[in-house]
Design a protein around this ligand. Structure first.
Ligand code: NAD
Ligand code: LMR
Length: 328
C-alpha cells in the first residue's frame, strides 16, 4: 500500500494525452483510491497558458485526492521531489524529418529532463516514458540520471499489450479477462512482437486456438500498426487509450501484478532472452513491492526468436544512433 501524498510530474501536460491523463490521476486511478496526489505539470513556455486552463478544470472537478497543481516550464522545478514522472511531451516527427533529426530533437528534451530528475526528484522516483521514440527517449533520460537506479526508467508498451488482448478477445469471442500472460517484446514501434505462444485463453495456449495464418498475417501486423491506423482514422495519434495505458503501467508497477498473470513493460534489459544488457526493451514482467521483474524461463521457438531479434536489433540501432549524436 502506498502512503500519500505522492508527487506526480507530467510533461507535455497541455497536449492531448496530458488532457486525457491528468483527470484520471487526480481521481485516484494512477495509484489507488486512497492515495492523495500532488500534480506538477511541465510544459514549454508557449503552452503554459493552456496548461493553466487544464489546471483550472482540475480545480473545477473538486477531486478529494488532489492536494495541489503546480505548473512550470523549468524541469528543475517540475521534478522537484517527484515520486512518479510521466514523460509524455516529445518532439513529433514532422514532414521531411529524418530519424536522426527526430532522435536529436528528442535528445534536447530528454537529456535535460534526465539531468533534472537526477538532481531534484525524490529517492523513490519511478519514470515512465510515453513520448516517442519511447524506448530510446527513456535510454537518453536514464543516461543523464546516473544517481537514479537504472531500473526506475521504463517506457510504455502497455498500450500495445492492451491492444493485443483486445484483438485476441474479439477474435475468440471471449472477455478480455479470459486472457492472461500476453507479452509484447521489443520496441514500441512497428517491429514489436506480440507473443501468443505463451499467452493463455481460459488457461489454454492462445496460439493453439487461432490459425497460424491469422496470427502471422493479421494479428501481429494489426497490433504493431495500430498506432498508425488510429492516426489515419482520427487524424491525431491515440490519446485516451495511451493515457489509459500509462495509468495501467504505473498502477501495476506500484501495486503489483495479479497472481498467475504478467504484463508487458519496456525496462532495462539484464541480458535475459538474449536482449543486450541496458537496452530498454519490452519483456513479460511481473511487479512486486514496487519493482518490475522479467519473467524467466520461457521457451522461445524459432518463429518468436526471429521477431524478437528484429525488434531488438532496431533498438540497438537507435541506441547506436543516439550514442553517435553524443546523447548518451
Ligand atoms: P501533443 O503534441 O498533443 O502534446 C505534446 C505536448 O508536449 C505539447 O503540449 C508540447 O508543448 C509538450 N512538450 C514538447 N516539448 C516539451 C518539453 N521539452 N517539456 C515539456 N513539454 C513539452 O502529443 P500527444 O498526443 O499528447 O503525444 C505525446 C507523445 O506520446 C508523442 O510523442 C506520441 O507519439 C507519444 N505516444 C506514445 C504512445 C506509446 O504507446 N508509447 C502512444 C501514443 C502516443
Ligand atoms: C501509438 O502507438 O498509438 C503511438 O505511438 C503512435 C504515434 O506515432 O504517436
Amino acid at each position: 500500500m502506498v502512503q500519500g501524498p505522492v508527487t506526480v510530474t507530467v510533461t507535455g501536460a497541455a497536449g492531448q494525452i496530458g488532457y486525457a491523463l491528468l483527470f484520471r490521476i487526480a481521481s485516484g486511478h494512477l495509484l489507488g483510491p486512497d492515495v492523495p496526489v500532488k500534480l506538477r505539470l511541465l510544459e514549454i513556455t508557449p503552452a503554459l497558458k493552456a496548461a493553466e486552463g487544464t489546471a483550472m478544470e482540475l480545480a473545477d472537478c473538486a477531486f478529494p485526492l488532489l492536494q495541489s497543481v503546480d505548473i512550470s516550464d523549468d524541469p528543475r522545478v517540475a521534478f522537484d521531489g517527484a515520486n512518479v514522472a510521466l514523460l509524455v511531451g516529445a518532439r513529433p516527427r514532422t514532414k521531411g524529418m529524418e530519424r536522426g533529426d527526430l532522435l536529436e530533437a528528442n535528445g534536447g528534451i530528454f537529456k535535460p529532463q534526465g539531468e533534472a530528475i537526477n538532481a531534484v526528484a525524490a529517492d523513490d522516483i519511478k519514470v515512465l516514458v510515453v513520448g516517442n521514440p519511447a524506448n530510446t527517449n527513456a535510454l537518453i533520460a536514464q543516461a543523464h540520471a546516473p544517481d537514479v537506479p537504472a531500473e526506475r526508467f521504463t517506457a510504455m508498451t502497455r498500450l500495445d499489450h492492451n491492444r493485443a488482448i483486445s484483438q485476441l478477445a474479439s477474435k475468440l469471442d471471449v472477455p478480455v479477462s479470459a486472457i492472461k500472460k500476453l507479452t509484447i517484446w521489443g520496441n514500441h514501434s512497428a517491429t514489436q512482437y506480440p507473443d501468443l505462444y505463451h499467452a493463455e485463453v481460459n488457461g489454454k495456449i492462445a496460439a493453439e486456438q487461432v490459425d497460424a495464418s491469422w496470427l502471422k498475417d493479421e494479428f501481429i501486423p494489426t497490433v504493431a500498426k495500430r498506432g498508425a491506423a488510429i492516426i489515419e482514422a482520427r487524424g491525431a495519434s491515440s490519446a485516451a487509450s495511451a493515457a489509459n495505458a500509462a495509468i495501467d503501467h504505473v498502477y501495476t508497477w506500484v501495486n503489483g501484478t495479479p497472481e498467475g498473470d504478467w504484463t508487458s513493460a519496456a525496462i532495462p534489459s539484464d541480458g535475459s532472452y538474449g536482449v543486450p544488457e541496458g537496452l530498454i526493451s519490452s519483456f513479460p514482467v511481473t511487479a512486486k513491492g514496487g519493482k518490475f521483474e522479467i519473467v524467466q524461463g520461457l521457451e522461445i521457438d524459432a518463429f518468436s526468436r526471429e521477431r524478437i531479434d528484429a525488434s531488438v536489433q532496431e533498438l540497438a540501432e537507435e541506441r547506436d544512433a543516439v550514442r553517435q549524436l553524443g546523447l548518451i
